[in-house]
Design a protein around this ligand. Sequence first.
Ligand SMILES: [Mn+2]
Length: 277
Amino acid sequence: MDTAPGQPLDSTPQAPRKVRSLFLSDIHLGSRACRAEELLEFLREYEASNIFLLGDIVDFWAMSRSLYWPPAHNTVVQKILKKARHHVRVYLIPGNHDEALRDYVGSSFGDIALLRDHVHTTADGHRYALLHGDEYDQVTHYHRWVSVLGDVSYTLLVHVNRLLSLVRRKFGVSGHWSLADYAKRNVLRAVSFISDFETSVVHNVKKRGLDGVICGHIHTPAIKRIDGLTYMNCGDWVDSCTAIVEHLDGRMELVRWTQTSETSAAHAVAIAEAPAA
Ligand SMILES: [Mn+2]
């Protein structure tokens, strides 16, 4: 194996990083766009006491269009169920792509507890609302078919992007450029979709007297202060491969699964920490 100068060898398996909680959303198992392999590696890197799955974990919408369920998707489910059996507390808050599960909130399947809405208290005493977020998305909320349409074109976009990055790699163009990311930034920002969403989530959580919120749904990872509250979005495992991590001391961080160079293995890299209150 070739290693770039100054790069450490990544062949030795490292001990998992111990954290208090992992927050993941928008995995979209059952859709072609799901980055299950990367997620499996990510899950191997952490040892968490709590795992919160904040919706759109299984994409029933994609599955109703065409059945796609490769072995890696099974492995993700098995790995999570196994963790739940071995004293990791696993919670699932259904999203709009797995809304069928909302009929079962309050019960649990296997060792996974299904919740509708939950308040998580961190090790340092901050209280955050956990939710998926589709109820704050005006587009999904009022025009489900528009959202299904958007979902189809988004999946298409991710495919085109895969092709593009293959071409870029072949011609030795370095760096990561995401078409879906680009389109999201430009198209969605034009209708100020993201900021509308973030503002309305925060507005609602503020009324409840909480310190902030951890959500998903819009596939835009973030950790920032909005209107005096901490707004955190897990991102997704379709495009961004990001998660929110709570460290043992309660510190909150946004991490991205990243391959740092062509030769090294991928690792979770911290992008940003929650700004001080
Ligand atoms: Mn969603």
